[in-house]
Write a protein that binds this ligand. Sequence first.
Ligand code: HEM
Ligand SMILES: *[C@@H]1O[C@H](CO)[C@@H](O)[C@H](O)[C@H]1NC(C)=O
Ligand SMILES: *[C@@H]1O[C@H](CO)[C@@H](O)[C@H](O)[C@H]1NC(C)=O
Ligand SMILES: *[C@@H]1O[C@H](CO)[C@@H](O)[C@H](O)[C@H]1NC(C)=O
Length: 474
Amino acid sequence: MAGLVYDLLLYIPISLVIFFFIVRTSRRRRLRLPPGNLGLPFVGETLQLIAAYKTENPEPFIDERVNKFGPIFTTHVFGEPTVFSADPETNRFIVQNEGKLFECSYPGSISNLLGKHSLLLMKGSLHKRMHSLTMSFANSSIIRDHLLVDIDRLVRLNMDSWTDRIFLMEEAKKITFELTVKQLMSFDPGEWSESLRKEYVLVIEGFFSLPLPLFSTTYRRAIKARTKVAEALSLIVRQRRKESNESGGEKKNDMLEALLATGDGGFSDEEIVDFLLALLVAGYETTSTIMTLAVKFLTETPLALAQLKEEHEEIRAKKMMGREGLEWSDYKSMPFTQCVVNETLRVANIISGVFRRAMTDIDIKGYTIPKGWKVFASFRAVHLDHDHFKDARTFNPWRWQSNSGATSPGNVFTPFGGGPRLCPGYELARVELSVFLHHLITRFSWVPAEEDKLVFFPTTRTQKRYPIIVQRRN
Ligand code: HEM
Ligand SMILES: *[C@@H]1O[C@H](CO)[C@@H](O)[C@H](O)[C@H]1NC(C)=O
Ligand SMILES: *[C@@H]1O[C@H](CO)[C@@H](O)[C@H](O)[C@H]1NC(C)=O
Ligand SMILES: *[C@@H]1O[C@H](CO)[C@@H](O)[C@H](O)[C@H]1NC(C)=O
């Protein structure tokens, strides 16, 4: 009896493996897939992917396969066959055809953390409407007229508490969170926002508990924390509903107000909470990481730091007489800063690319991507490609001074994606980073407290949260 069970246990996987290979080879002949390796059945090349990113090289997995197969190749990661693209034209085709040929696709574990009414998961006409609402909430005239004052004030407020040794990544995260809470629902930083952030950090950790979320305590803790964050937010939503119903109340100028005022019949509390929570997620790690890495790269490139200092001292000198606060015209007179911003986004792109799912069989560059397959458009692979950027793996902000920074024509620089899902926070992130750099550079000098390495997996960041010793300048 036991023998039979063992035989079956052995037999079933083996026959599945054989079946898998037959199906695979026959489909492949029919469809002309991009070249590549599907690796072992079921796990595919997931283990190679994870092992590869433990090195210091930013794109080991993709580099190796691009060298072997070219910029479009097939692999099998996280349980599914996937076509990877390191080709700018193909990437553009993928993001531009969102909703027509491709649609975004996240694993269930991520959807549960985000909430089903988040912009990242919405599709179709609802997505279109909410995407444009989000865009108009953070467009440049809104930033100029409303958001900049608070960005400037809250960055300075946070820096007031810096002494001696700080973890720059931690401070950048606090700043980013405080800014988002202010922009979404008009709260100034305080105990409330800090305790919300503590829960919120646990939610974020859940996103990186892949690839086995259901077995992970981090993931379970994240789901619990999500419930708490959602409760805190829905309390705010209910209060605001009541306030805005009472006549004579002053209308606040924030995202929550816009959400309460939109929609036929309006959105439910749950919808608004999911939507706000996703905005908190989208801007948090991304903007704070880019703040930290810009400082790291500048510290390691003294000439660039000196030039940046000059630019910002000049702005500060003009302001000495009166107010310290930055204005839009100041932001617009930071040309070298914008080069630093672009170069940081290029060299250390935190969103390395985007996953999509093919909605139908798609022919591209002589290959077919079968319906239902995943595709990964890698922006980072393009940004770090020597064909598109000279000495692509070196931080060189001056490359942006002459032309588009790239050595090849066409749009090869897409740190914020593109098409219908273009990051609605692209301008906001740039302004926040610029203001942050302005105040850091004009108020402090600093040295790294310890050596800290850049790592690229599971996210792009420095290993030790970038500890620095700061000294206030006069
Ligand atoms: C350096 C900072 C940032 C980077 C590099 C970045 C990058 C990106 C990228 C590449 C996408 C496209 C995802 C896709 O196509 O599937 C995206 C989407 C998004 N970003 Fe950002 N982002 C940043 C900051 C922000 C900020 C500050 C906000 C806050 C408003 C924000 C809100 C969003 C939202 C809501 C989406 C989803 C859009 C949609 O699916 O329609 N991001 N971001
Ligand atoms: C920004 O959005 C507002 C609405 O929130 C709109 O009135 C304005 O025209 C937009 N500005 C730009 C530059 O798109
Ligand atoms: C808002 O006021 C209207 C009447 O002006 C009332 O019918 C409605 O129940 C109120 N809603 C809330 C949430 O208090
Ligand atoms: C930075 O990149 C953006 C594209 O994201 C581009 O529009 C802008 O001109 C670049 N800035 C500089 C200074 O090259």
